[in-house]
Design a protein around this ligand. Sequence first.
Ligand code: FAD
Length: 475
Amino acid sequence: PPIIVWFRDDLRLSDHPALHAAATSGAPVLGLHVLDDSVGRPPGAATRWWLAQSLRALGTAIAARGGSLVLRRGPAARVIPELARESGARAVYWNGIAQAPHQAVESQLEATLAKLGVDSQTFPGDLLVPPSAIRTKEGRGLRVFTPFWRRVLSLGDPAKPLPAPKQLRPAPKIAGDVLESWRLEPGKPDWAGGLRETWTPGEASAQERLRDFLRHTAGAYVGDRDRPDREGTSGLSPHLRFGELSARQIWHAARFAAEEDPALGPGIEKFLSELGWREFCRHLLHDHPDLGSENLQANFDGFPWRRDVRALAAWQRGRTGYPIVDAGLRELWHTGVMHNRVRMVVASFLVKHLLIDWREGEAWFWDTLVDADAGSNPANWQWVAGCGADAAPYFRVFNPQLQGERFDPDGTYVRRWVPELKEMPAKLIHRPWQATPIELASAGITLGKTYPHPIIDHARGRERALAAYAKIRKG
Ligand code: FAD
């Protein structure tokens, strides 16, 4: 009888502990993915698009090894026992997800399968270290990144990645849903052109990206990672989000590259610590399942957020009049990602200059990011807003003009995403409102027409933010 391998956020064949165990047992393997919108947060539009591509790639890779991937829709705790009965499976294997709603389904499933006499096994999921291994004396998770990461490093290397099975024993044919019937991809209008241009989802492309990064980019990572005008980072986040490669694989490949070429050392250490932030966000989500909706610091509950539908729409569309902010939001709309430095700037602009609730920005990112992650997205938003774990002090209000001048000094990034400013000289491109009428005219810009006036003056926005924060600090 076959073993069902339940694929979730681990759409890969290599370093997949559940698949590895099923394949090495010698039993026929039946791959399964369940579309279950009842568990956790319903995915946004961009991640639905990615999921469709990634499932296609996974299905092809499994078929090439002789196996099959069945698609079913509905609550996993019901759908999986049904499939077990239909296929006569003797066991169901999966990699655990350390998030409360997923763990609840896993327990429910285990109980139902046990009643049917079907074995179930949970294998290590995609964390470098389980949350239980990093606790304070009182048994709580750590809320500050640096000691957290020090503890992770002190535990030594994570397990070595497992190889992909070369061959899978085919299971008897079982009918499933046709992927297209799930309507994960846009119909009309088709807004996914930019995503298709930018990305190739799937394990093969994830591994190629990792290799490219280690070979060409890691050496300059320390200096280049903050520069949106350069290809200075790995671009691995959506691949990681869907588990097309594991954090363990990245860890070992990166450490190996640094051993081969010691000059890569500092870049690799920094890069791994960014992977550490991902881990930190996941541990936070494990300890705070409502991270996406509740302030980690309760004194923020009375924060005087403004409701401003027009300002929010201007921000979403990249029409704030601050070039670096607008470039970021347009990059996001087109590619499904935004450079990390710019994510911080646009998030700070929304919650501080516009005084709009971080949850509004988080929800927009959730819908438009291909790497939208239930841990990293809200954790970073809360961090920027000042209500999160290890948050920056509230009085740190980014000046979007200075951020632009520092991290995009020639305006290359702005020119790419805000083409109406293309002809602006570098010294003015981050502050078009200070250009003279002649300078504007020779760059072909009419402020208020071809490009907006700043939606709010920086100094005024900053003061208003500080006054709002002072109120909750007192109260
Ligand atoms: P690299 O610099 O190559 O980093 C390698 C990996 O480390 C990334 O792929 C990512 O998995 C992880 N990483 C890097 N920075 C962070 C960070 N600050 N927090 C958590 N993990 C990190 N990242 C997401 O994966 N999903 C999100 O939904 C998300 N939302 C964010 C929202 C805001 C407001 C901010 C400021 C940051 C957010 N990030 C999120 C973190 C970060 O911006 C992206 O991970 C990064 O830009 C991805 O690009 P990269 O893979 O080239 O990064």
